[in-house]
Design a binder for this molecule. Structure first.
Ligand code: FPP
Length: 233
């Protein structure tokens, strides 16, 4: 498929903070969980589009270590959507050529979700294709602390490269482009270590309304950036 985003300059790794589901629902007089359901559909469409245009890694922020403070029924609705997505992916991952990884600390998740994550990991290991990372009970600071603990237990050389391997993203490349819809311009504890040299793209569009066209606009903006990594050209 000749997608508009295709061709040179497609970021290798795109990360997205899927924000604005609640406001999207409120504008329509719907409960917040309807916004998350719409957001989950958008995520499916965007993941497919990323695969079509040759993105190698897509990382999305689905539930943060701070999101547990939300009303119980909203937390449950998000967990139900994730469970549904995991079950669906376990069936289709090999056919679709999508490697799915759940990043974050699984220990606070329900035993059912933890079992689905283990099942997903086992299948993903034998799939070739685009990698989709869903961050679940994820926080950048929490990830850095967990990595530091694992690193100090293992010992070994103290370099940035060696430390990175203990992060949830392991050997994956850092994100090139971080997108946050919904008009908020902050990082909210997302990929703190990994986004050191990422390009950021903010848009007012609410996540459920985010479309492949919006992704093309983000990529178009990314292509115009002059990435210097602290150096000069
Ligand atoms: C932020 O919007 C969104 C979340 C905390 C949940 C994101 C979850 C999904 C899109 C559904 C599950 C995902 C998958 C991968 C199947 P918000 O609720 O903070 O919106 P608001 O700022 O407008 O209130």
């Amino acid at each position: 498929m000749a997608a508009p985003g295709a061709g040179g300059g497609v970021p290798r790794h795109i990360a997205i903070i899927m924000d604005g589901n609640g406001r999207w629902a409120k504008k329509r007089g719907l409960p917040r969980k309807a916004g998350h359901a719409a957001g989950a559909e958008t995520f499916r469409k965007i993941a497919t589009y990323c695969k079509d245009i040759g993105v190698e890694y897509l990382t999305v922020y689905a539930f943060s270590t701070e999101n547990w403070t939300r009303p119980q029924d909203e937390v449950q609705a998000i967990m139900d959507l994730l469970e549904k997505y995991l079950k669906e992916s376990i069936e289709k991952m090999e056919k679709d050529g999508i490697r799915l990884r759940i990043l974050g600390d699984p220990t606070r998740l329900s035993p059912g979700l933890q079992a689905l994550i283990r099942e997903t990991d086992a299948i993903t290991d034998r799939v070739q294709g685009m990698q989709v990372n869903v961050c679940l009970n994820y926080g950048g600071r929490d990830e850095i602390l967990r990595a530091a603990k694992a690193w100090s237990e293992a010992g070994g050389e103290m370099t940035q490269e060696a430390f990175s391997r203990y992060l949830d993203t392991g050997m994956m490349p850092d994100p090139d482009l971080v997108i946050r819809p919904s008009g908020e311009c902050r990082i909210s504890n997302f990929l703190l270590w990994q986004s050191a040299y990422a390009e950021f793209y903010f848009t007012d569009v609410l996540w459920p309304d985010f479309s492949p066209r919006e992704l093309d606009l983000a990529i178009e903006s990314f292509r115009k950036r002059d990435r210097r990594y602290g150096g000069v050209k």
